[in-house]
Design a protein around this ligand. Structure first.
Ligand code: NAD
Length: 476
């Protein structure tokens, strides 16, 4: 079957591809050119998707685990079969370069393969004297998955794979800014996943709201901003939906005084600027010990000057544009705030009027701890470098945020680095490495960075309800 990845983007509802009466436009953020019209699903279409997911649920739940795992593994194979087309489309709609597209599409396939090996075995809690107590995990029913625009396909797969392995059916909504790869995934999977088990609907934020209110959706798995996460939690309360929220962050990276600034500069750069810093776990505050502060700053700036910013479809591009005009406006406003506050910008800081949402790598030298660039999640390539001298004071500053997603510590004294890691209020702390994820590694935020876990058996369990079965063996 040949699929045209360049046109004809449709919803997947009950195994059928559908247009919508209304459409909106998807843009290439590097050129601002329209890529294609995208279906703007009507409420009736969401209702049809949920109804088909609900109808498909009993048979899918009763499908043996091995068969469900096989289907999820086939999803991974199908992504690999179409990897080149997915990568090209991802670059076009999201902006990221080839390296980032390979990481995301390769990762999406790998996740399916690995999640397909997972299962939650029942536990026998009591077994004796004619009495058995079994504790097991059962699927919830229809899951609603709501996805952001920074890693559109990977984050959709992080929801689809465990939901299906656990025996749920799912309705997925991509971000209106990056719907294309996800809609094509639906087309690719149409003959692989039984009708109704996977449904894909595109539309605006309103469509997400309808999902959170829908009485036949039993769980919402959401990745996006903290602000939207709060709205989802409030809305889900109406029907007591289960929720998993993976939200924003203001991750610190901490550099201890015993590192070599030149050795570490490249890794520190990518810690902060991967995916043009449109990464929930990009380091957004870089705390450097005063003994090496100037050398780290200079080495980082030197390395940053060697990195190519441009259209992701060009072979030499390492950093792409900001993904959409709304976010571009937010980042430009932050740059203006830094300028007005008299911030010392040692690199970047200005945008030009060329087409495309390009923001140059911007490094701000030791701004006040209370400034916006330190306190807010920039979600763009604007990084404050912060000086510290005292470890306890630095940890207080690091933890003085309502976010708690991730952090990293860089140093040669592993004992000391680990002692610091243990005092950081965040769900993930990397020591001397960064952005290592795995289908077997639990990931989730503390504080207002989220609720619940994705990945690993803990993540799989989030797509289930617990059930306890108690048996008395006797004649009745
Ligand atoms: P967003 O919250 O604006 O949108 C995310 C999704 O929610 C979109 O599909 C959107 O249409 C939908 N949505 C918006 N309003 C809604 C509502 N009221 N009800 C239901 N759905 C609604 O986030 P974004 O701008 O797309 O993504 C950027 C944010 O995502 C950043 O804050 C980033 O840190 C966060 N993020 C977190 C993780 C993580 O794993 N913790 C990963 C990636 C991104």
């Amino acid at each position: 079957m040949t699929i045209d990845f360049n046109a004809n983007y449709q919803l997947l509802i009950g195994g059928e591809l559908n247009m919508a009466e209304n459409t909106f436009e998807a843009y290439n953020p590097a050129t601002e050119e329209v890529i294609a019209p995208v279906p703007d699903a009507a409420k009736a279409q969401l209702n049809a998707a949920v109804a088909s997911a609900k109808a498909a649920f009993p048979a899918w739940r009763d499908t043996p685990l091995k068969e469900r795992q096989m289907v999820v593994s086939r999803i991974g194979e199908a992504i690999t079969e179409h990897a080149e087309a997915f990568m090209a489309l991802l670059t076009k709609e999201q902006g990221k370069g080839r390296g980032g597209a390979e990481w995301e599409i390769g990762g999406s396939a790998y996740w399916c393969t690995e999640i397909a090996k997972q299962s939650l075995e029942p536990q026998i809690i009591e077994n004796g004297d004619g009495h058995t107590v079994e504790y097991r995990r059962v699927p919830i029913g229809v899951v609603g998955g709501i996805v952001p625009w920074n890693f559109p396909l990977l984050l959709a797969v992080w929801k689809i794979a465990p939901a299906l392995v656990a025996g749920n059916t799912i309705v997925i909504k991509p971000s209106p800014y990056t719907p294309l790869c996800t809609l094509k995934l639906g087309e690719v999977l149409r003959d692989i996943v039984p009708a109704g088990v996977l449904n894909i609907v595109s539309g605006g934020d309103e469509l997400g709201k309808w999902m959170t209110e829908h009485p036949d959706i039993g769980k919402i798995s959401f990745t996006g901003s903290t602000e939207t996460g709060k709205k989802i939690m409030a809305s889900a309360a109406g029907t007591l939906k289960r929720i998993t929220l993976e939200l924003g962050g203001n991750d610190p990276a901490i550099v201890l005084p015993d590192v070599n600034p030149k050795t570490i500069a490249e890794e520190l750069f990518w810690t902060c600027f991967q995916n043009s810093a449109q990464f929930c776990v990009a380091a957004k505050r870089l705390y450097v010990h005063e003994a090496i502060y100037d050398d780290v700053r200079d080495a980082l700036v030197d390395y940053a000057r060697s990195v190519t910013l441009g259209d992701g479809s060009h072979a030499d591009t390492q950093l792409g544009p900001i993904q959409n005009r709304m976010q571009y406006g937010k980042v430009k406003e932050l740059l203006e705030d830094i300028r007005q506050a008299g911030g010392k910008v040692v690199l970047g800081g200005l945008t030009d009027d060329q087409p495309g949402f390009f923001v140059p790598v911007t490094i701000v030298d030791n701004p006040p701890e209370e400034s916006r660039v330190v306190k807010e999640e920039a979600f763009g390539p604007v990084l404050p470098l912060l000086k510290y001298s005292d470890i306890d004071d630095m940890i207080n500053r690091v933890n003085d945020t309502h976010y708690g997603l991730a952090a990293s510590v860089w140093g040669n004294d592993i004992e000391q680095a680990k002692a610091i890691a243990e005092r950081i209020e965040a769900g993930t702390v990397w020591i001397n490495e960064i952005h290592v994820f795995g289908p077997h590694i639990p990931f989730g935020g503390h504080k207002q960075s989220g609720m619940g876990i994705e990945n690993a058996l803990e993540g799989l369990a989030e797509y289930t309800n617990p059930q306890t079965i108690l048996i008395r063996q006797r004649h009745v």
